[in-house]
Ligand binder design. Sequence first.
Ligand code: 3SL
Length: 239
Amino acid sequence: MKLFVYHTPELSPKESCPDCAVVIDVLRATTTIATALNAGAEAVQAFSDLEQLMQVSAEWPSQLRLKAGERGGAKVAGCDLGNSPLDCVPDVVKDKRLFISTTNGTRALERVRESKIVMTAALVNRRAAVKYILKKEPGTVWLLGSGWEGGYSLEDTVCAGAIAQALLPQYQVGNDEVIAAIALYDQWKDNLLHLFEQSSHGQRLLGLNAKADLAYCAQTDILDILPIQSDPGVLVPFR
Ligand code: 3SL
């Protein structure tokens, strides 16, 4: 069984998909997805294209839907929510379907949506992702960072390292990025918030007054929930 880390969708092999794809966008899409499902959302349906989100969500009963849109870190006009995990409380999301489009996270999800198993992970639900993989033992696993517009993101790679470290006793290293991600996690695991505050996307979010989001996203293993793809682009809770 082999484990690979790819820092961005662009760096992953083009014409193939793994047995299991773990999409990571710690700041903030995959943290938001885990938090929404943990707070009782019925499902999260992800779109890279905002127009498509608007069309598909319009066909869903209005009392059972929420539209969440983010571009450049800010909430998209016409949406109910932006991409802050802190907005995903039971009073807001319970029993609703969250239709979400974000700059990078939902695009990464689209890249690997044909994989046999697709899940999303962040630091907040890292243990749930590890537990599932160790139990199901898929032959090839990709930990896929979302990055920022094709570039590298520290926070996604540190989360990939946190997951990889826990899988390595059972999995072989598939590429050098696995070792680099684990080294990054080892270096920063006790000070993740400080790492996020220095990262380029962390800086961007601080400029948008999202300091509380950074602190929330930097927590490890606080949610026992795993978003798993049931239909293309649709994530449902696995506990
Ligand atoms: O890029 C993304 O998908 C988002 O998570 C970015 S943000 O944190 O909402 O700005």
